[in-house]
Design a protein. Structure first.
Length: 208
């Protein structure tokens, strides 16, 4: 993670990253590429818990190379992925070739999906880096069908100059939306990260 200036005292916001340049090596991180069978199985298990049990329309924002999108598609869901990086989108399209999935180049904070609505908006490690997370959450909530859910995987990384968004702050931002909120703590599950971690990692499932 790149670090730069602080936002509102909770953490720092990142310096700009050339995600097109990062696309070629992005999947080298265990929790990005999910190449290790154990890591992949751990994320698949979590997704089965977070996503509906029936085939649903899932909007994966900041979809990167499509690793979570692929797991969702394998579980029978219809996926629309959005990423600002054309190179990431190209890799995601190749990874999910033949699947019920579409990938678009666009801003995760305001995805180019028109009037389409979704059963799930899935976002991993994106919200913390946005300049106005409250506004993004309101917009994403508006993309949900009735009884839809936000699945937000976030955390706070680093100790000297931490970056991220604490779970307490995220739940506070969600409260005005009237959602039922569940927080799953993920730090202790080393299988998800391919190693033991000691920082704050979690998922919030907010159901309309």
């Amino acid at each position: 993670m790149n670090e730069h200036m602080t936002t509102d005292g909770d953490a720092a916001i990142p310096a700009p990253v050339d995600w097109d340049a990062q696309a070629a090596v992005f999947d080298n991180e265990p929790d990005h590429g999910l190449r290790d069978p154990g890591v992949r199985a751990a994320w698949a298990e979590r997704l089965r818990d977070w996503l509906p049990g029936r085939p649903s329309d899932v909007l994966d924002l900041g979809s990167g190379t499509g690793s979570l999108s692929l797991l969702a598609a394998e579980q029978g869901h219809r996926v629309t992925g959005v990423d600002q990086s054309p190179a990431m989108v190209e890799r995601a399209r190749a990874k999910l070739a033949g699947r019920d999935a579409v990938f678009l180049v666009g801003d995760a904070a305001a995805p180019p999906v028109g009037e389409q609505r979704f059963d799930v908006v899935l976002v991993r490690h994106v919200l913390w880096a946005l300049p106005d997370p409250a506004r993004a959450l309101r917009h994403w909530h508006g993309l949900l069908r009735p009884a839809g859910r936000l699945v937000l995987v976030e955390g706070v990384w680093g100790t000297v100059t931490p970056v991220g968004i604490p779970a307490q702050r995220l739940t506070m931002l969600l409260e005005p939306l009237g959602s039922r909120i569940r927080v799953d703590r993920l730090s202790a599950d080393a299988r998800l990260w391919g190693k033991a971690v000691d920082d704050e990692r979690y998922a919030v499932v907010a159901t309309s």
